[in-house]
Design a protein around this ligand. Structure first.
Ligand code: PLP
Length: 436
């Protein structure tokens, strides 16, 4: 083993000497060192084991180091590691076919990108070309990626220092627990959120709006499962005003919610679907845009002004083909659904019974959030200091959680086993008890 003598400290030192990290102040970083992984487990150089309840950035849906995906990447590397997008490539064609087989009826083509941000970037570009309009409406409670238009479309705080793209307008999406509309139930929240969106469209000028961009289930914003009828209502508004509807399935797609795509829960069909992460669990970076027939027809006649050197990169495509096949063969999506409804959902609800600090729990499949509050009545978000302590208590016990603001997002790989769910929830339980 060539790295047998390497220690955690060596790796951390090297990192701090040369690596510039995302979304952080560089001077105060203390990154966790990870050497290797398998399934839902990760190990550091000292042999310490972690149970991954984060799926990293909610992307390793098939778990770490799936042997069939690794074999496919190796085989593709032996044949052809890279090829320009203009060529026809077998892995690329097979990946597109497998993705379209999982899309709603009427989706015709896939444009491949390197990740989720540029998927949204290109979906917006397609919508603007198709409608000959400029504005893009998206939700305040959202994250769409960190490039030009994608970060301007993002609703959360990360947009504000990065607003260099034009034409972006935001609205409030429904979220009953922290309602912006003084709603008392989901039905009222849905109706009022739709009325608010209609007013935003009218006030911005329907003739100037190219697209409405929404996560099917806003993820980083807190796993905000929309009320029944909301996405259908948005679809109706888009139709009424000739606006392209883009659903962002980057985090919620490819098994995470117990369906291939999260939009299947809501009986809604958009015009464009963006994806990345779970499509190949990030083994090789990849994302893309699924294009419905009307837009696909439009680009049969009109030039598409967009492209990327690595669009449809063969290694990424081979990883997609193998990932989707393995997920089918091994019932990975079904596992996410049954784990979610039988164990993870009820397990988290049971935690909420025991811990006063839990204000709300919500989610589907292996896509759940625990909202922590210092005051249940007032719903005051738990402070950063306590969230930090809670995170350390989980990591010390060998659990890698996905902590965002005052929430623990419970997002293990879709292959998670009942025993691992039990182990992970027991650690969260202990950490919450210690906090109290
Ligand atoms: N869209 C959603 C819903 C996401 O959650 C993310 C990443 O977390 C992105 C887009 C951006 O994807 P990427 O980081 O691959 O560019």
């Amino acid at each position: 083993d060539p790295v047998a003598a390497v220690t955690n400290d060596d790796v951390k030192r090297l990192d701090r000497q040369g690596v510039f990290h995302s979304w952080s102040t560089q001077g105060s970083l203390d990154p966790l060192v990870i050497k290797s992984g398998a399934g839902c487990k990760l190990w550091d150089f000292d042999g310490r084991e972690y149970l991954d309840f984060s799926s990293q950035l909610v992307n390793t849906n098939i778990g770490h180091q799936h042997p069939k995906v690794i074999a496919a990447i190796k085989a593709q590397a032996e044949t052809l590691t890279t090829i320009a997008p203009a060529h026809a490539n077998l892995a690329r064609g097979e990946a597109a076919a497998r993705i379209l087989a999982r899309a709603p009826k009427g989706f015709a083509k896939v444009f491949f990108t390197n990740a989720g941000a540029d998927a949204n970037e290109n979906a917006i570009r397609m919508a603007r070309a198709f409608t000959q309009r400029d504005k893009v409406l998206s939700a305040y409670r959202s994250y769409h990626g960190s490039t030009g238009s994608a970060i301007a479309a993002t609703g959360d705080f990360r947009r504000v220092p990065n607003e260099f793209a034009r034409g972006h307008v935001h609205f409030f999406n429904p979220f009953l627990y922290r309602t912006e509309f003084w709603s008392r139930d989901e039905e009222e929240e849905c109706a009022r959120a739709l009325q608010h969106l209609r007013r935003v469209i009218e006030c911005e000028g329907p003739g100037s709006i190219a697209a409405i961009l929404l996560e099917s289930i806003p993820g980083t914003a807190g796993v905000l499962v929309p009320p029944r009828g909301y996405l259908q209502g948005v679809r109706k508004l888009a139709d009424e005003f000739g606006i392209v509807l883009i659903l962002d399935e980057v985090m919620a797609g490819f098994g995470r919610t117990g369906k291939w795509l999260a939009l299947e829960h809501f009986d809604v069909v958009p015009d464009l679907i963006t994806f990345a992460k779970g499509v190949n669990s990030g083994y090789v970076p990849a994302g893309g845009v699924m294009v419905a027939q009307p837009l696909s027809d439009y680009f049969d006649e009109h030039f598409f002004y967009g492209g990327l050197t690595y669009s449809g990169h063969p290694l990424a495509m081979a990883a997609i083909v193998a990932t989707l096949d393995a997920m089918d063969e091994e019932g990975v999506v079904e596992n996410a659904a049954s784990i979610g409804s039988r164990l993870l959902g009820p397990g988290i609800a049971a935690l909420a019974e025991r811990h006063e600090v839990i204000g709300e729990v919500r989610g589907l499949g292996v896509f759940h959030a625990i909202e922590l509050v210092s005051d249940r009545q007032r719903r005051t978000p738990l402070g950063a200091e306590q969230m930090g302590r809670l995170k350390r208590a989980m990591v010390t016990r060998g659990l890698l959680p996905f902590v965002v603001e005052n929430r623990i997002h419970v997002v293990p790989p879709c292959i998670v086993t009942p025993a691992e769910v039990e182990q992970g929830l027991a650690i969260i339980d202990e950490a919450l008890s210690e906090l109290a």
